[in-house]
Design a protein around this ligand. Structure first.
Ligand code: FAD
Length: 405
């Protein structure tokens, strides 16, 4: 049974959130960590610097097929994240998106204070870092004039599209974001010039075709070249200098510049939490996935140990072992019993499915002998024959994520 103190709860002071566990990162491994903690009765708050969950699966390959998830012959990055979202629903994790964890410090109480870029503070018993390759941040324009214009006339993402109404805009990039925003703003802006270093685009072919049509209709322009400088005499952007293929530098008069060159991950603040690093990753004990600081664990792409493979299925395995280790860290001297979801009443209750399993109770699994390696003790596993009763229900579409305030 989970004690009241083990349940995540919000204090009246909304700036301090007390919880069992904070998971840094909502990629596939951070999401599955919610599940494994939930089975042990531990609840979690999940923080991610991106505005949506999914980590690399959503940022880097949402529509590409993945073939090496056990028992799922093929699914896209997006489908995997949707399935995980459904799977963890019984444990009602609280998500804090668009917030980067900036600091983690042990307090006098032995618990940890976790602080995000948005000023949200957590008082947590354990921290599980599932930060992958690090927080994603936009690839920036590296010209001297850029820094002073960010957020005024130079943008790396579109916040409020109304900002571009009636304006002359240069959009830089050749991926989906650059082309999508070119099309979305074409009727709002006074003029749009798309600048890309090549005539080959990474965006969907249909979007490239539509963009070229808009150019033919003289509703926007495409210029092949590199941005080499900005002009902002009074602190206001007036023009962008582009070196075109011939080597000539052209000035394009503009009021707003939107640079959409994609995102790149960087370990960022995680490297500054005083944890032992091995080749820019967090060194862990691969029996517990604890880092060099007791109470701080690391799973998924962010960690390093002998034989580490950066695969989703490896991260899922790590999440299971990490949950057991976190449970034992929270209850020193007590072993967390291994139970099966098929047969444990307690686990089924936590999952919100029928708690009663005929002829079963909260059976603790003893180590399997070679002859019973896939069965819980004393329970004969019948051969699997799909029937109407046992066939899985159609896969539900997850509802949109609720942002924690
Ligand atoms: C193109 C491509 C194809 C791939 N195909 C496969 C495949 O077929 N099979 C396979 O097994 N693997 C594949 N991988 C690898 C797989 O995507 C990774 O192993 C997996 O995403 C790791 O998951 P994760 O949860 O550890 O990290 P990530 O998916 O990287 O998620 C980490 C999350 O942590 C967040 N974060 C980081 N630092 C902070 C911070 N300080 N504060 C808040 N949030 C933070 C990030 O924003 C990110 O969302 C592929 C990778 C790529 C790039």
């Amino acid at each position: 049974m989970r004690s009241t103190s083990q349940r995540a709860h919000l204090r009246m002071d909304t700036t301090l959130i007390c919880t069992d566990a904070v998971i840094v990162g909502a990629g596939p491994v951070g999401l599955f960590q919610v599940f494994e903690l939930g089975l042990l009765g531990l609840s979690a708050h999940v923080i991610d610097s991106m505005p949506q969950i999914g980590g690399q699966c959503i940022e880097l390959y949402p529509d590409k097929p993945i073939y090496d998830i056990p028992a799922v012959p093929v699914c896209t990055g997006r489908e995997l994240i949707e399935r995980l979202q459904v799977q963890i629903r019984p444990f009602a994790p609280q998500f804090h998106l668009d917030e980067t964890v900036s600091s983690v410090q042990r307090m006098d109480t032995g618990r940890f204070e976790v602080v995000t870029s948005a000023g949200t503070r957590f008082d947590t018993r354990v921290v599980i870092v599932a930060g992958g390759l690090g927080a994603f941040s936009p690839r920036e324009l590296e010209v001297p004039e850029a820094a002073a214009l960010v957020g005024k006339s130079l943008h790396y993402k579109v916040g409020d599209p109304a900002l571009f109404d009636g304006k002359d805009i240069v959009i830089a990039g050749g991926g989906d974001a650059a082309l999508d925003w070119s099309m979305a703003l074409v009727d709002r802006a006074r003029s749009i010039v798309l600048v890309h270093r090549s005539s080959k685009f990474r965006a969907a072919p249909a979007h490239v075709a539509r963009m070229l049509e808009l150019c033919d209709e003289a509703r926007m322009q495409f210029l092949e070249g590199d941005i080499v400088g900005l002009e902002a005499p009074q602190g206001e952007l007036t023009s962008v200098r582009v070196r075109v293929r011939s080597g000539v530098v052209q000035r394009i008069e503009t009021e707003q510049l939107l640079v959409l060159w994609g995102l790149h991950p960087a370990l960022g603040p995680i490297a500054e939490w005083g944890l032992t690093l091995e080749q820019h990753q967090l060194a862990v004990d691969n029996a517990t996935f604890q880092t060099s600081t007791p109470g701080i664990f690391a799973v998924g792409d962010v960690n390093s140990y002998p034989g580490k493979k950066k695969l989703i299925l490896s991260g899922f395995h790590e999440a299971a072992l990490c949950a057991f280790a976190a449970g034992e860290y929270l209850n020193p001297g007590k072993k967390v019993p291994l139970q099966y979801t098929t047969t444990s009443t307690a686990l089924r209750r936590r999952l919100g499915v029928s708690a009663d399993v005929e002829g079963e109770s909260d059976r603790v699994v003893t180590p399997a002998s070679p002859t019973t390696d896939h069965k819980s003790p004393g329970v004969a596993a019948p051969p699997y024959t799909p029937s109407r009763k046992s066939a899985p229900e159609p896969y539900p579409t997850p509802k949109t994520l609720e942002r924690a305030s």
